[in-house]
Design a protein. Structure first.
Length: 257
């Protein structure tokens, strides 16, 4: 007989809506793709593949529903000085599933965000207004840490915690009411452990922004490198924690057997 956890997990998964990654093997690893329930956080060091995956999803969301997409556009909130348009154009040309269904950059609505006030205004006002005009299936914030770490507040400062909580709650509301997929790219903070088994210092990575933001996260994907290979560690309420290898190329992010 199944225990209560197994029954609950199975029921939750059956209600899930997923966005394809554009790679069948990667979708299989994720048991369907990227979940649309709550906020999915993708975090890791620079160069780990976070933005590449986010750009790929901004194309796959345009695919027909039968192909795992939502037949919709994406909102891409960019906190860096420039949007990675060259990388996007390369993906449009090289990603097989994108070429097959004609996904383009025309359905990706890019907004540059430089501070937390702009982010709050965008998620509360501009995105809902845009969704009344265009069919939107995905919202990406790249990166959420880029806006809050530069403020140089203490980790538990009232101002930052309040803003993070408000933004997180609004994103959850959008997920619940409109069934869109929400991706937040995050940076990492290093933790040094002086008491490893080998007697050497070990360095662990955890997502930035502390417990306030962590409480807003539903699904988490940690991208990291180890011995020249790339790995993804996934934590989700409908999956046991899984880790698998992947690669990043001009043809996109794909799984490795």
């Amino acid at each position: 007989m199944e225990n209560c956890y197994e029954i609950s997990a199975k029921s939750l998964k059956e209600q899930e809506k997923f966005l394809t990654t554009g790679c069948l093997k990667l979708d299989e690893k994720l048991k369907g793709g990227i979940s649309c329930s709550g906020i999915t956080q993708i975090y890791g060091v620079a160069g780990s593949g976070k933005t590449q995956l986010a750009l790929q999803l901004s194309l796959t969301v345009q695919l027909p529903i039968a192909a795992g997409g939502f037949d919709a556009g994406a909102v891409y909130l960019c906190t860096d000085s420039t949007f990675p348009s060259r990388r996007l154009q390369e993906l449009i040309k090289k990603l097989e599933i994108s070429k097959k269904y004609g996904a383009t950059g025309d359905k990706i609505f890019v907004q540059h965000i430089s501070n937390m006030e702009q982010l709050e205004y965008c998620v509360f006002k501009e995105i809902p207004l845009l969704m009344n005009i265009h069919k939107i299936g995905l919202v990406i914030i790249d990166s959420i840490a880029g806006l809050y770490r530069v403020e140089k507040w203490d980790d538990e400062s009232v101002g930052r915690s309040k803003s993070l909580r408000c933004v997180g709650q609004q994103l959850h509301k959008l997920c619940k009411t409109t069934k869109i997929c929400v991706i937040c790219i995050n940076q990492v903070t290093a933790i040094i452990n002086d008491f490893s088994i080998k007697g050497e210092k070990e360095i662990f990575e955890q997502p930035s922004l502390g417990v306030t933001w962590l409480s807003m996260i539903t699904n988490s994907i940690h991208l990291y490198k180890k011995e020249s290979k790339r790995y993804a560690s996934v934590t989700s309420p409908y999956l046991p924690q899984i880790t698998f290898s992947f690669k990043v190329s001009e043809c996109g992010v794909t799984s490795i057997e």
